[in-house]
Design a protein around this ligand. Structure first.
Ligand code: ATP
Length: 266
């Protein structure tokens, strides 16, 4: 290959979309993460579990850049977060969708305007095209056109989650972050939401980082599960493998009374 050809060839896309090494996260004197390593591979649906307060949301916030780490490195889409240029940060935002725990919808905007907002912010598409794309995403998450003009306060919890998901998908991301997507949904609504996420990740080849307490979700949709305990990731494996773990928290989680219920439901 000539030097010119080598120059013209774009850099290969990383297969590891997230790479966290030796992460240290602190709030004042309190250490939340210490020596935490985690990889998320392209195409993987990763569940992230751990007891309350183990720092799952802090980890998510660190990966997406809402929190600066106190130590260690966080690479996203092949780049070290600490050295991201403005363009690389914008590129990460465009290629990433996030569904926050409470949906984080704009309360004064209608459903369609909420879903359209990332397209307005990150593209120069015409109003008509943006509207069309937003309508497509709303249909994709199983909402009817009648919902387009409703405000978030007029929606059920399940509908709000779907709108949040449609907005997270607005820019056709390759990486989707979900913070407890089924929290607050009844079991039937939660199962339908699980199916939707799995279907979308299969159809669109999405890589998913999903924080959850919901065992049914882990069995239904994840390829692997990362377990946060003792300030770091103590295991990352398919659920069936985790069931055999000796770690006390993992044993309790998968094999305790709620664990068995989750397994039976699968
Ligand atoms: N901005 C902040 N300032 C100080 N402490 C914080 C801040 N954000 C989070 N924490 C602390 O960090 C710890 C981890 O919080 P985090 O929300 O990540 O837990 P979690 O594992 O997501 O918990 P849960 O499952 O209950 O949602 C908690 O003890 C929390 O009080």
């Amino acid at each position: 290959m000539s030097a010119v050809e080598a120059q013209a060839k774009p850099a290969p896309e990383p297969e590891r979309l997230i790479e966290v090494r030796g992460l240290l996260s602190q709030f004042g004197e309190r250490t939340i993460h210490e020596d935490l390593d985690l990889d998320v591979e392209r195409g993987e649906v990763l569940g992230v579990v751990g007891g309350s307060g183990t720092g799952k949301t802090v980890l998510l916030n660190t990966i997406i850049g809402l929190k600066e780490p106190e130590g260690g490195t966080v690479k996203v889409l092949g780049h070290d977060r600490a050295d991201l240029s403005k363009e690389q940060e914008a590129d990460f935002e465009r290629r990433t969708g996030i569904l926050f725990q409470q949906g984080a919808l704009f309360s004064s905007l209608s459903v369609i305007d909420n879903v359209a907002s990332p397209l307005v912010e990150h593209t120069r598409l015409s109003k008509d095209v943006i509207r069309e794309l937003a309508e497509m995403k709303i249909a994709m998450v199983g909402l009817k056109p009648e919902a387009h003009h409703l405000k978030p306060a007029e929606l059920s919890g399940g509908m709000r989650k779907r709108v949040g998901l449609a907005r997270a998908l607005a820019l056709d991301p390759e990486l989707l972050f979900l913070d407890e997507p089924t929290a607050g949904l009844d079991p039937i609504g939660a199962a339908a939401f699980d199916d939707l996420i799995r279907q979308l990740s299969d159809d669109l080849g999405l890589t998913v980082f999903m924080i959850t307490h919901d065992l049914d979700s882990l069995y239904a949709i994840t390829d692997k599960v990362a377990v946060l305990a003792d300030k770091h990731v103590v295991a990352k494996a398919p659920v069936q493998e985790l069931e055999k773990s000796d770690h006390p928290w993992i044993r309790e989680y998968f094999l305790g009374p709620r664990g068995r219920a989750g397994k039976k439901a699968a």
